[in-house]
Design a protein around this ligand. Structure first.
Ligand SMILES: [Zn+2]
Length: 308
């Protein structure tokens, strides 16, 4: 997803708010006292083989008129029917922003940096680490909600980290005059290393090209002690609309046909191999499985499989 979808101020307000209820418009009182509003957990940890994996909610926001973003190429009736079947409204959607920490035992690797440095630092601390403990920052792609936390007040948020991203992604944005890239990525370019499809971040973590959302968007496969999990990033951004109908056009997909083809290919692999995934914009904690259903896919949220 891209920061262009909403005002930056609104995003930052959502990111910094604790509890995360401010954007939810939920203010009923009850007889027992003040209503507290919805409460979403912010940190969720589980295992993948010998890796410890933590998803962190750094922002959440209610968005109106979601069909201006998802299912742009289908009629309102079809959008309404698919939404009703999944028991979600058509006039509002809840967005989530979920960076992931992977502790391999030797490294502490942060996948994507959220909307701003302060909110992500706070989430990292809630997960039990300091920002200085992060050894590597991996950028799946360079939309503002993924690179916005790289810098805090002009300084590196993760001062001891090495930076890793896709070569094609970096090459694309360095040929534009994008403000987010100029402010957050360019100052760190000298310290970055660049990956292609199949290259490794470290032992047991490899990049997999999934182009379309952006020209160099990559997912990352974790593989430890016979368990796997795919960090899906923005390959599919809604747990119903993007999975049930991978061909529905998404406003933030820069190449809509390539994004749809990547969705079909990657989701098909996850379903066939029963590999769990983390979706950056999926309902928190953002972890689930995919099964095939009809011409598309169905989201099966993680329960306890990765806790055992
Ligand atoms: Zn995004």
């Amino acid at each position: 997803m891209s920061e262009h979808s909403m005002s930056r101020r609104a995003l930052l307000a959502g990111a910094a708010t604790i509890p995360m209820a401010a954007g939810l418009g939920f203010t009923k009182a009850n007889a027992a006292g003040h209503a507290q509003g919805p409460q979403i957990p912010r940190v969720n940890r589980f295992g993948v083989g010998d890796f410890e994996v933590t998803t962190m909610l750094v922002g959440s926001r209610t968005v109106e008129e979601p069909q201006t973003i998802f299912g742009m190429n289908v009629g309102a009736d079809e959008f309404a029917a698919v939404s009703a079947e999944a028991r979600i409204p058509v006039d509002k959607a809840q967005f989530f922003f979920t960076p992931t920490l992977v502790n391999t035992g030797a490294e502490l690797i942060l996948f994507d940096t959220g909307l701003d440095g302060a909110a992500t630092t706070q989430a990292v601390e809630m997960a039990g680490y300091s920002a200085d403990a992060v050894t590597h920052v991996v950028l799946t792609h360079m939309h503002g909600d993924h690179i916005g936390g790289l810098m805090t007040n002009g300084a590196e948020t993760f001062a001891n980290a090495a930076y890793i991203t896709g070569q094609a992604e970096f090459d694309h944005w360095s040929g534009t005059d994008n403000e987010g890239f100029a402010n957050n990525v360019k100052p760190l370019a000298e310290k970055m290393s660049f990956l292609g499809d199949g290259d490794s971040v470290t032992s047991g973590i490899s990049a997999k090209a999934a182009f379309g959302h952006t020209p160099g968007h990559m997912t990352y496969m974790l593989d430890s002690n016979d368990q796997q999990l795919l960090i899906l990033a923005d390959l599919a951004n809604h747990y119903v609309w993007s999975l049930a109908h991978p061909d529905w056009e998404v406003r933030f997909d820069m190449d809509k046909a390539a994004a749809a083809a990547s969705r079909r290919s990657v989701l098909g692999m996850l379903a066939a191999d029963s590999v769990p995934f983390i979706g950056y914009h999926m309902p928190f904690p953002g972890v689930g499985y995919v099964e095939t259903r009809g011409d598309g896919f169905h989201y099966v949220p993680h329960s306890y499989q990765l806790l055992l």
